[in-house]
Write a protein that binds this ligand. Structure first.
Ligand code: BG6
Length: 482
């Protein structure tokens, strides 16, 4: 369904995120017929260049980063004709007048702040002061939303000086992933799971977001952040909330975000012995191609973690006593994001001790190979008595849903279109972000005060050995990364 014509200004329109994600996403939506021809997409950045030079830059970005699957001849030209460019000084007055002259009357206006957080305030202030904002204005901001609770509060306060909460779209691109939304569909669209979704039937839950890539060219940012700030505070926390929250009364922005907020606020502080931090080493013989973390970030003494595993608990009626194990890291064995809901053993085995222990596991694979597997116990085929065996009931979304399921819109496509439509359900509210930092800050302060040094792990492995112990001590084990 096409959206109404809109104006979208991308501050940082020549930056890396614009090039790799935002512009290719817009192009794909254009190809899908969702963006009307008279929509305006205006790149804004410091560099002086004309609109044609910007169009060439965008065409190049699209060639490099967009799969041109629905693209017919002439589509790229059509898209490029929606584009414009203005050189704007975020910290001065240059260019703002020209930008204002390009913005249309009453249609939706969205300003994408694809810039570092220190520019959020100046951009918000100038957007307002130069008359670029109206009631229909939305601003989009990227993570990292702050470095800790204080900085997140300061950012929220700065944005609130110029825009109200209903106009602010804080992106966590995990929420735009098709399969992440599917978490809600699986939980709340089926009668089967929800009655068992609590501490009485669930032994524990594991959330794994493993990456095979390293820190790449983002060493400077990453070394100040680490896995806890870069991934745990936001992406894993969002997955965690969707898995653990109470059913919202409606699928609407505040109903969903209220429930997520309750989960974060009910989190227990993490015990120091329930945290394992790791840092990757180069794999033998591959040091040149894939350097160690310290080399990649250019800091030989770095104590920043590229891996974290922790165990946490939610103090509420539904989850009292149920551990949640969360882990994420870079340069691991494979790229694999999966949530495993580990059910308890049957209370009594009628087949006797020989049948062994069997428990159901619901695995929700977020990426790659998106789908769901339910491990169920059946009789082992053959004659000799009643022996049991676990088999997977396996469903791949791509296979089950056909072409539609094989090529869903990517996270940025969905999220940008939601901004244009004015739907905040998949964006983080200010209080949610602050609550997540309020939980994260003491964890970080704790290891800093203890002088904790991350455990080394080899690139291409499953992470530090201590992370295995973290869960093994409780008589459990991680489900494999593959
Ligand atoms: C980003 C992090 O938010 O998410 C990166 O800053 C990480 O460090 C990326 O690699 C992972 O996203 P995805 O979509 O590839 O799982």
């Amino acid at each position: 369904i096409p959206v109404e014509p809109f104006d979208l200004v991308i501050f940082g329109g020549t930056g890396d995120l614009a090039r790799r994600k935002i512009l290719p996403a817009l192009f794909r939506r254009y190809c899908a017929g969702q963006i009307p021809q008279d929509a305006r997409i205006i790149g804004a950045a410091r560099r002086t260049q004309n609109a044609d030079a910007y169009r060439s830059f965008v065409a190049e970005a699209i060639r490099e980063f967009s799969t041109p699957r629905h693209c017919e001849d002439g589509t790229l030209e059509g898209f490029l004709s929606c584009l414009d460019y203005v050189a704007v000084d975020a910290l001065g007055d240059e260019g703002w007048h020209e930008l204002a002259s390009k913005i249309n009357g009453d249609r939706v206006r969205a300003y994408y702040f694809s810039v570092g957080p220190r520019l959020f305030g100046p951009l918000a202030q100038r957007t307002k002061a130069h008359g670029l904002a109206n009631d229909q204005t939305r601003i989009v901001v990227e993570k990292p939303f702050g470095h800790d609770l204080d900085s997140a509060k300061a950012l929220n306060a700065t944005l609130a000086d110029h825009f109200h909460e209903g106009q602010i779209y804080r992106i966590d691109h995990y929420l735009g992933k098709e399969t992440v939304q599917n978490l809600m569909a699986v939980r709340f669209g089926n009668m089967l799971f929800e009655p068992l979704w609590n501490s009485q039937y669930v032994d524990h839950i594991q959330i794994t977001v493993a990456e095979s890539v390293g820190v790449g060219g983002r060493g400077e940012y990453y070394d100040r952040a680490g896995a806890m700030r870069d991934m745990m505070q936001n992406h894993l926390m969002q997955l965690f909330c969707l898995i653990a929250m109470e059913p919202p009364a409606k699928f609407d922005p505040d109903a969903v975000r209220d429930e997520k907020l309750k989960v974060i606020r009910a989190l227990d502080p993490v015990e120091p012995h329930h945290i394992v931090r790791g840092q990757y080493l180069a794999r033998e013989g591959e040091a040149e191609e894939h350097p160690s973390y310290r080399e990649a970030v250019g800091n030989p003494r770095s104590t920043t973690e590229s891996y974290i595993a922790l165990r946490t608990h939610i103090s509420n009626w539904r989850w009292a006593g149920t551990p949640f194990y969360l882990r994420t890291g870079k340069r691991l064995k494979a790229r694999s994001s999966v949530i495993n809901v580990m059910f308890k053993d049957a209370p009594h085995s009628i087949f006797g001790a020989d049948a062994g222990r069997h428990a159901n596991v619901l695995s929700i694979r977020l990426q790659p190979n998106e789908g769901i597997t339910l491990k169920v116990t059946i009789k082992e085929p053959g004659q000799g008595g009643m022996r049991l065996v676990d088999v997977p009931l396996d469903m791949s979304f791509a296979e089950a849903l056909g072409p539609e399921g094989q090529d869903p819109p990517d996270a940025y496509e969905r999220l940008i279109m939601d901004v244009v439509r004015g739907n905040q359900t998949l964006f983080m509210r200010g209080d949610e972000v602050e609550a997540a930092w309020a939980w994260t800050d003491p964890v970080i302060a704790g290891w800093e005060s203890r002088g904790d040094v991350p455990k080394p792990y080899e690139s291409g492995s499953t992470g530090p050995g201590d992370a295995e112990l973290l869960i093994k001590r409780d008589g459990r084990r991680w489900q494999g990364i593959n």
